[in-house]
Ligand binder design. Structure first.
Ligand code: SAM
Length: 356
């Protein structure tokens, strides 16, 4: 196995210390492996037009079978191995993670490591009924995806006629049970929900929640992405600043995805995730695990590496750890830095499969 380089500790967040005999892994560009996104299902109860369009993800679509999914025990084992390499942030995602049965059990298993920054991303549709059990299981904080407060726009975007009021009830319940902080992610697509930007900013400022605007990305191959559909963050900063003045905030740590800003009057933060207009590959410390155990080193990858096979064929922790080490130390990905109209047409893994 290739020698794994050590890292400059000054660039790091307060971290999980690698287990004896293990090191924080660094890739070919010196980027440490710090975050793991774990998709627990490829299914979702929404059909957001920019993510899982109905025409592709219809009733004939072949989702993963139950036995293809990693079990909670398998996920737990992998997280332990990643943590031993100093990974300290785990984000549970999907598909829609809250459609996976008994998810609280997995949260409980992972929350055992109190040094892990454990969080979850959800569309919020099932949050009202699950927030308390998630909190009781040990989840600390949560991110809710919400693209508009306008009921008609929201229903059209989720394409299953789901009312925005129910997501807001979920957010309220999450607040009540103490899942904190709650972050809200809004994808902005030109011509679809730009008019929702200011109402969203005003509402969540008032609620004291951090709202983050995400540029519409060319993930997957089914959403018909075009550059004209991207609303650059710069434009949103100006729009919000005219209405409610904001100022930039220093990043909290290397690899922070969102550019942070805060409102001058109350200090509430607002973020901008500019994967298209301002690539942040240079600092990307994230790996992604699909629900069936494929490991990806980039959101825009077309191919992953199977970890389920080794898990189910009695590979030892050491062998799996070395495999992960080889994958990460050979990593060269920097897709967003080299994106062109042509690369946008390449076949890439779907976001609903790999997780947000
Ligand atoms: N169902 C969960 C949710 O809604 O948060 C987790 C999975 S979802 C794929 C994760 C995030 O990816 C959501 O915030 C969604 O809006 C975002 N997303 C999906 N497709 C996207 C795209 N083409 N560009 C930017 N964000 C996208």
């Amino acid at each position: 196995m290739k020698e794994q380089p050590l890292l400059d500790a000054r660039q790091e967040r307060p971290a999980v210390v690698p287990a004896p005999g293990r090191q924080v892994l660094a890739d070919t560009r010196g980027r440490p492996l710090r975050d793991l996104r774990v998709s627990v299902t490829d299914r979702c109860n929404f059909r957001c037009t920019y993510c899982m369009p109905k025409e592709v993800f219809g009733k004939d679509f072949q989702f993963l079978e139950r036995n293809q999914l990693l079990s909670f025990g398998e996920i737990h084992r992998l997280v332990r191995i990643f943590r031993d390499h100093g990974v300290h942030k785990i984000r549970i995602t999907g598909g829609e993670p809250l459609v996976r049965r008994k998810l609280e059990r997995l949260i409980e298993m992972l929350a055992y490591w109190s040094d892990l920054d454990l969080t979850l991303t959800t569309n919020g549709s099932l949050l009202k009924q699950t927030a308390r059990s998630l909190k009781d299981a040990g989840l600390k904080r949560i991110t809710v995806s919400l693209d508009s407060l306008d009921d008609a726009v929201f229903r059209a975007m989720n394409d299953v006629d789901f009312p925005v009021a129910k997501v807001l009830e979920g957010i309220e319940e999450a607040t009540t049970v103490g899942l904190h902080p709650i972050k809200i992610n809004m994808v902005v697509k030109r011509g679809l929900n730009e008019r929702s930007v200011l109402p969203m900013a005003r509402y969540f400022k008032q609620q004291g929640c951090t709202l983050r605007f995400i540029e519409y990305m060319d993930v997957g191959g089914t959403n018909g992405w075009r550059m004209e559909h991207v609303v650059p963050s710069r434009e949103l900063v100006e729009l919000i600043n005219r209405d409610m003045p904001i100022e930039p905030v220093e990043p909290a740590y290397r690899g922070e995805v969102a550019e942070r800003w805060r409102y001058l009057d109350d200090g509430i933060e607002v973020g901008f995730i500019s994967s298209v207009s301002h690539a942040f590959c240079r600092d990307c410390t994230r790996a992604r695990l699909s629900a069936e155990g494929q490991l990806y080193t980039c959101l825009f990858a077309s191919k992953g590496t199977d970890l389920r096979g080794p898990l189910r064929s009695d590979a030892s922790d050491d062998e799996i750890s070395q495999l992960i080490g080889r994958i990460w130390t050979n990593r060269v990905d920097r897709y967003s830095e080299i994106r062109t109209v042509e690369t946008a047409k390449l076949r890439k893994v779907e976001m609903s499969y790999i997780g947000g």
